[in-house]
Design a binder for this molecule. Structure first.
Ligand SMILES: Cc1cc2nc3c(=O)[nH]c(=O)nc-3n(C[C@H](O)[C@H](O)[C@H](O)COP(=O)(O)O)c2cc1C
Length: 322
């Protein structure tokens, strides 16, 4: 059965959408609403040609935004489903969310609504508490529910990843295009996009498995901290490697992060090794060579309070009223 959306409902759905994570908080989305359909478009002016030339990360962010719409829709009592690239005549539409009257209850989705504004990327040190196996299993379930897989790395794989991260970080410092791109989105203390300096977290006193987004340029105000030596690391991967798989990876990422938040867990990402084909291939080998690594998550319990990034108002990404 078709539904109509009030202006307030559109606001609730799109406010939820823009809470999604995106690489460097570029918020690479636009929205069109023709109820009962919400289209999520790739905003070509908010992509990152040096770090993300194929728009893989941008589509992961769009998948996360589409998943947030589903969560808010469930909270409002609507069913939903997502179709990737629904219109060959409109290749800019990355995802279409169909809303419908609810026929069967989906308590798990609507129950995540409260976590949308609690979830933030946390780049500080983690407590020494391990993630309990039963909680890991819930995260595995969340990823699998959206058609992706979480691969938890053992000690050997973590130390191989650490070596790869060191080499990638060193190469990154010599890559001027990527450096300039990062400088235009990272740092500073205000604004509604990009990653503010306060959200970068402290600098590790000793090398740690955390990405310093400001590596290579001035970050004079950063404090320092001792980081955990052995965080839980999981690679979110997909069977396929195409634009639809990237969208699904984003939905799986967001579902996993929201479930993690519900257990008071936090995550940050080590995705620099997925930003070039050569290092991504090595991560692929690390997880057995059969699936495609889409996100690398460092997961645990935060040892410090979190600082959050801002968002543009949803109306800035929404210029068509139908
Ligand atoms: C595809 C993708 C890749 C990301 N890669 C990294 C990364 O390598 N390092 C990092 O610190 N954060 C990474 N992030 C997190 C973003 O910086 C973060 O989502 C954004 O700044 C918004 O902040 P929030 O997650 O706290 O809402 C990534 C996010 C996405 C969606």
């Amino acid at each position: 059965m078709n539904i109509t959306l009030t202006d307030d409902e559109v606001g609730i759905l799109l406010t939820a959408a823009v809470h999604a994570p995106s690489l460097h908080n570029t918020q690479p989305w636009r929205f069109e609403v023709h109820a009962p359909v919400i289209d999520v478009l790739l905003d070509a002016e908010r992509t990152l040609p040096a770090s993300d030339p194929a728009d893989r990360a941008a589509r992961i962010g769009i998948g996360a935004a589409a998943f947030n719409i589903r969560v808010a829709a469930a909270m409002l009592g609507h069913d939903s489903r997502v179709v990737a690239e629904p219109d060959p005549g409109r290749p800019d539409i990355a995802a279409r969310v169909f809303l419908g009257a609810r026929s069967t209850p989906v308590p798990t989705l609507g129950g995540l609504y409260g976590e949308l504004s609690r979830r933030h990327t946390y780049r500080g040190p983690l407590l020494a508490h391990a993630v309990p196996p039963r909680v890991q299993a819930r995260l595995d379930d969340a990823t699998r529910a959206e058609g992706a897989t979480l691969r938890w790395l053992d000690q050997d794989a973590k130390s191989r990843l650490a070596g790869l991260l060191r080499r990638t970080d060193a190469a990154d410092l010599r890559d001027e295009d990527r450096l300039h791109e990062r400088m235009s989105w990272i740092g500073g203390d205000g604004g509604t996009e990009g990653v503010q300096e306060s959200a970068l977290g402290p600098m590790p006193v000793k090398p740690a498995l955390v990405r310093d987004l400001s590596a290579g340029f001035d970050s004079a105000h950063r404090s320092q901290a001792v980081f955990e030596q052995d965080p839980a690391i999981a690679v979110l991967c997909t069977r396929q490697e195409d634009t639809e798989a990237w969208l699904r990876a984003g939905m799986a990422l967001q579902r996993t992060l929201l479930v993690a938040t519900s257990y008071d867990l936090v995550a940050s990402f080590l995705n620099q090794v997925l930003e070039s084909t050569a290092s991504r291939t090595q991560v692929r080998d690390l997880i057995g060579g059969r699936s495609w690594p889409q996100m690398i998550l460092r997961v645990g319990y935060p040892a410090q309070p979190n600082h959050v990034t801002s968002r543009r108002d949803w109306r800035e990404s929404y210029d068509h009223w139908f």
